[in-house]
Design a protein around this ligand. Structure first.
Ligand code: DAH
Length: 348
């Protein structure tokens, strides 16, 4: 009986959907819900079913009845509305040929792309030029020219993706670049000074857990010129922090170690929740942002730059990280950013 009822509903629904005439719609109603209609007949037979089946089948029949009544009602409205609409639209069309067309739904840029554009525009205001360098890169640019020793752990198979085929006699193994710092020596090789580069790119590391994805984005600033000092670096960092996070935020630098900068720093930004006083979210008022430092002389030399005349600073960090810090987003799993789940993406 259940099957029979569902079949009846399917049939009558398709008839209602296809119907484009009010008289025909009345016929459909009569044949289904009228005195001798299909559903009415079926309901009469429910009384003869075994007692334990009756309540459930009765409930189903009632639900079907309500649904079909609603469909008939809607269709009826539609048919009468359409008739007047057609007349109105026909009349207007004769008068106004500039009627706008129907607007298709519009999407928007991915939230990481939005962040990339915002970061680019902030740095462009103080003269940084956005550049692109290869994501499939030689070991030389990603490690050796940046002062990494042969046995540095970043070169481990478990850290970096190596490409089997590519080995260059001088530049070594081919890899997927693990950081945007690989753009530093490439930029120096262009031979144009001073340099004010902003390199934004996809980076790759052998990592996949709730707070890491194997592909992520970084941006890298590099300035090389005459008389460049830590003061300039600090000024640029403060400018970025205020422009991106808000005018009340400040930055600080702490001594650290990176192979390709000397001295090296970690950069923190004051916490936006407690304004630097210290709260649950931050470590005593500060949140970690990324790395920076004065370009190591060995790196300048690798890029054929005269270390007596020129100096520089560099900084770099993850786009996903700053975006989440700015939006106060704490994602249960960062990889959702790249899962193409519309329910998530539509929120931005
Ligand atoms: N490349 C570093 C990383 O991926 C980040 C970094 C640190 C970039 C210091 C820099 C720098 O330019 O000066 O962890």
């Amino acid at each position: 009986m259940e099957e029979e009822l569902i079949k009846l509903q399917t049939n009558v629904s398709s008839l209602i959907i296809a119907c484009d005439d009010s008289d025909e719609l009345e016929n459909i109603r009569e044949n289904f819900l009228g005195k001798n209609g299909d559903l009415t007949e079926a309901i009469k037979r429910i009384g003869k079913l075994p007692a334990d089946e009756r309540p459930e089948i009765g409930k189903l029949a009632n639900e079907i009845k309500t649904t079909v009544e609603e469909m008939l009602q809607d269709k009826k409205k539609n048919l009468s509305g359409n008739a007047t609409n057609t007349i109105k639209v026909d009349a207007i069309k004769k008068l106004d040929i500039t009627l706008p067309g129907a607007k298709p739904p519009l999407g928007h840029l991915h939230l990481i792309t939005q962040a990339l554009e915002e970061i680019t525009s902030i740095f462009e205001h103080i003269g940084f030029a956005r550049v692109r360098h290869p994501e499939v890169e030689w070991d030389w640019y990603a490690f050796t020219s940046l002062n990494f020793p042969e046995n540095h752990p970043a070169r481990d198979d478990w850290e970096t993706f190596f490409i089997k085929e590519g080995i260059h006699p001088k530049k070594g193994q081919m890899i997927l670049t693990p950081h945007t710092s690989s753009g530093q020596v490439r930029e120096m090789e262009k031979g144009v000074l001073p340099i004010k580069m902003l390199n934004i790119a996809k980076c790759y590391r052998r990592q996949s857990d709730v707070s890491h994805s194997p592909m992520f984005h970084q941006f890298e600033g590099l300035v090389v010129g005459e008389n460049i000092s830590i003061t300039h670096l600090k000024g640029v960092l403060d400018y970025f922090v205020k422009s991106y996070f808000g005018p009340n935020r400040i930055s600080r630098i702490r001594p650290y170690h990176f192979q390709f900068t000397e001295p090296s720093f970690e950069i923190d930004v004051s916490c936006g929740i407690c304004n630097g006083k210290g709260c649950k979210l931050c470590k005593a008022g500060w949140l970690e942002l990324g790395g920076a430092g004065m370009v190591h002389p060995n790196v300048l030399k690798a890029g054929n730059i005269d270390t007596k005349k020129y100096s520089g600073f560099a900084f770099g960090w993850g786009v996903e990280r700053v975006l989440m810090m700015k939006e106060g987003l704490s994602l249960e799993d960062l990889r959702i950013l790249y899962s193409n789940d519309m329910r998530f993406l539509e929120q931005f």
